[in-house]
Design a protein around this ligand. Structure first.
Ligand SMILES: [Zn+2]
Ligand SMILES: [Zn+2]
Length: 344
């Protein structure tokens, strides 16, 4: 079968090539891939700025249809429309595996960089990782389930959203946009998304199309002053830091209200980021960081998509055949697209 493979360490070394078909394990389902979302991580792997085990098929965000199930699989059958959690190889014996948090197990290897992923015609995955796609959700929409599950865990499960919340999402990449959509779906009073001048072409207008109340270019507008004005000087109730940019992380502590919540999901790529520690203590800020996704957040993400409370269509800038991956990667790198799907 054809697959998009990172063949060795270094910049580049990414190509569509013929690889062996996956072997179906007895606890696994063989899935025909219908759509795979390109993530910032995939761009980082191409540029050799992320950990990966080459040769490896990229792609960890996807949807597909089961073509065959292993002998010991119960509950799924050929023809089922599914998405899959990306976690493989959890040790099964640590505290995190035993409490259903395999996503933070030290042994975990994610598909798409540690083990073969979904930019391929087929892949075989444990049936226990699968979730059913609601009938009302297309394969294209379902391909965004993985990043949506990441923000559901971070924003809805770990930070929580209250009806009276003025929410600020810093950063308007796919994770920021989905975090904003999740906060809005949960009934937040108002949601502001921030970005920079590069985001004015695509991402900030998409935030408005998705129903957000404010989309602010922080290079042109004083986001802190706007939040203070709209909250009568109190500050934001919840800030989701999805940019990973040091000035934004620093500003979150100025912008948050006393006893407010800051939710960290954006990776900075730096060894350390300076924080206004004393201010955080005087304000009694509640900071919760979140990593990856879990079973409940996948079910909630699919439910939000199925009910139409979250519409990801404005985020899908295009769908390309896998052989045109270079063009798609280029558009994303130049911020000329928000999310692009590859089809095998
Ligand atoms: Zn991703
Ligand atoms: Zn474990």
């Amino acid at each position: 079968m054809k697959a998009l493979v990172k063949t060795q360490k270094g910049r580049g070394f990414l190509e569509v090539k013929d690889v062996e078909d996956p072997v179906l394990g007895e606890h696994e389902a063989l899935i025909r891939v219908k759509a795979g979302g390109i993530c910032g991580t995939d761009l980082h792997i191409e540029a050799d700025r992320f950990h990966y085990n080459p040769p490896v098929i990229l792609g960890h965000e996807f949807s597909g249809e089961i073509v065959e199930v292993g002998k010991k699989v119960v509950g799924f059958q050929a023809g089922d429309r599914v998405v899959s959690e990306p976690h493989r190889g959890g040790c099964g014996t640590c505290r995190y595996c035993l409490t259903g948090q395999v996503e933070v197990c030290r042994e975990k290897r994610a598909i798409g960089y540690k083990v073969d992923g979904a930019f391929s015609e087929y892949l075989s995955l444990p049936a226990t990782s699968l979730h059913r796609i609601p009938d009302s959700v297309s394969f294209e929409q379902a391909a965004l389930c993985e990043p949506l599950a990441v923000v559901v865990k971070a924003v809805l499960e770990r930070s929580k959203v209250e009806p009276e919340d003025f929410v600020v999402v810093m950063g308007c990449g796919p994770i920021g946009l989905l975090a904003a959509a999740a906060a809005k779906a949960e009934g937040a009073r108002a949601v502001m998304v921030t970005g920079t001048s590069g985001d004015e072409k695509q991402r900030l207008p998409v935030a408005i199309k998705m129903g957000m109340d404010y989309a602010v270019n922080v290079e042109k507008q004083d986001a802190l002053a706007l939040v203070n004005e709209r909250t009568r000087g109190a500050g934001a109730d919840l800030i989701v830091e999805a940019s990973g940019a040091e000035p934004a992380i620093r500003q979150a502590f100025d912008m948050i209200k006393i006893d407010g919540r800051i939710c960290g999901v954006g990776i900075s790529g730096k060894e350390a980021v300076a924080l206004p520690w004393d201010l955080a203590i005087r304000k009694a800020v509640n900071v919760s960081c979140s990593f990856s996704s879990n079973w409940t957040s996948w079910e909630r993400a699919l439910s939000l998509l199925g009910s139409g409370k979250i519409n990801v269509d404005p985020m899908i800038s295009g769908t390309y055949p896998m052989k045109e991956w270079k063009k798609a990667f280029g558009l994303l790198r130049n911020l000329e697209a928000v999310k692009i799907l590859l089809v095998p």
